[in-house]
Design a protein around this ligand. Structure first.
Ligand code: UDP
Length: 412
């Protein structure tokens, strides 16, 4: 059975019929996705699923990863931080290097990219590639996964001319859209309910993972899974945990993450987190290999509450993942988390460690609420954030771009 057929069991047959119909005008077309890391972070997580699904619909989809040196990734990480609002000036020489690395990557990818019918460029790292592909024949779409709603101006001013030249752009939510001279689409990300990260697990597998990390299944557990990035506020999570332990002394905390090859700041942040955790045996800082999806799945399932206390968040797939496991999520009141955590229904939105601690304490005293919110959270994901919806929106966008001059598109 292929992946799409297995999806029918979760999403329904009619969803597949719709996808097949939408994909018909796109069959045989070359679609290339480009990003800057093959593992780690939400974009890689999404492309791992989206590309094979497109291929199953007879679209010739592929995925290319640009390469760069340390200096390049330092520059793009600063750019990422600046686009999410941090005042981070980037030197002219670093920006020139960013363009040169893109020019080098374009030399390697040019024939593939210029021949493609659609090119999806993910995030700022590969954004200049378009400028180095003068003979492109297809439609180029810039897919911005981060919260660029209030960027540090000088950095956006540098990046915008590259983005202006695209045929369209995609943002995860309306609040993130920028003023750009082309059509902008809103497509929130999604999870694959059948992947190792999200599939149902037997209780004994969850117990075994807890044993491996010396977690006591009889005591309450809160979990945040994230790259070690300051915007994810891991140190704030530790503060929230400490405040909550005053009322729930048996509480345990897991902060689990790995690194992404395009994120050079991770090592420094891990040290900050370890220092904040000090020698508390109930704070478990776990560094996991990037493909350890079942362990993450088990930790999310073992949790009573999932946390994602980000101060900025493009979307927050970890929120979706936690909700899909029937857990209420206490999330930072920001960006894509607001799209998922419906305050008081699927979880709580918080702005401070104190706020998070208050909600942790409340929920742990009300197991029925945990259950009720968790159920609503799972349904909310089923309705809004599964891969099939995501794929349908990509296909619709592609069909729309092919027919940009007409008012009405008839599908056979
Ligand atoms: N993730 C992972 N291992 C880790 C940390 C994160 O597999 O050690 C996954 C996580 O489960 C989620 C993705 O990476 O699927 C992170 O996506 P999200 O949108 O939450 O954040 P991003 O890293 O893209 O900012």
């Amino acid at each position: 059975m292929n992946i799409l057929e297995t999806y029918a069991r979760v999403a329904g047959e009619e969803v597949l019929d719709q996808l097949r119909q939408l994909a018909k005008p796109l069959q045989g077309m070359n679609v290339v996705h480009v990003n800057s890391t093959a593992v780690g972070g939400g974009v890689a997580e999404i492309l791992t699923k989206l590309v094979p699904l497109m291929r199953e619909l007879d679209i010739n989809a592929s995925w290319e990863v640009i390469t760069g040196d340390e200096e390049f990734f330092q520059c793009t990480k600063s750019m990422h931080n600046a686009l999410q609002g941090n005042q981070v000036p980037i030197s002219g020489s670093l920006l020139r290097h960013y363009e040169e690395v893109n020019a080098d990557n374009a030399d390697k990818l040019r024939s593939t990219l210029e021949a493609a019918d659609f090119v999806f460029i993910h995030d700022p790292q590969p954004a200049p590639l378009l400028n180095y592909c003068p003979n492109r024949k297809g439609k180029w779409v810039w897919r911005c996964h981060i919260d660029a709603s209030h960027p540090y101006r000088p950095v956006w001013k540098f990046l915008q001319p590259f983005v202006n030249n695209y045929d369209a752009s995609i943002f995860s939510l309306a609040a993130f859209a920028r003023a750009l001279p082309h059509p902008e689409y809103l497509i929130p990300p999604s999870i694959d309910p059948l992947s190792d990260k999200n599939i149902d697990l037997e209780l004994n597998e969850i117990d075994a993972v807890c044993d491996r990390f010396s977690l006591d299944r009889q005591r309450p557990l809160i979990v945040q899974i994230s790259r070690f990035d300051r915007f994810k506020d891991p140190v704030g999570v530790i503060r929230a945990y400490r405040l909550a332990t005053k009322f729930v002394p048996s509480l345990q905390l897991v902060l689990a993450g790995g690194s992404a090859t395009d994120d050079p700041e991770g090592k420094i942040v891990i040290e900050e987190v370890k220092a904040a955790a000090a020698d508390d045996p109930d704070i478990h800082v776990l560094l996991l290999p990037p493909d350890d999806h079942r362990t993450i799945n088990a930790l999310q399932r073992a949790a009573d509450i999932v946390l994602q206390k980000s101060t900025k968040e493009g979307f927050g797939l970890t929120v979706t993942e936690g909700m899909w496991k029937g857990k209420p999520v206490i999330g930072g009141d920001t960006g894509g988390i607001r799209l998922q955590v419906i305050n008081y229904h699927t979880g709580f939105l918080v702005n401070t460690p104190e706020g998070a601690a208050l909600r942790i304490r409340y929920l742990l005293q009300e197991p029925d609420k945990i259950e009720e919110m968790g159920k609503k959270a799972k349904e909310f994901v089923r309705e809004n954030f599964l891969m099939t919806r995501h794929l349908r929106e990509y296909l619709t966008l592609m069909v729309a771009l092919l027919h940009s001059a007409v008012d009405r598109i008839e599908l056979g």
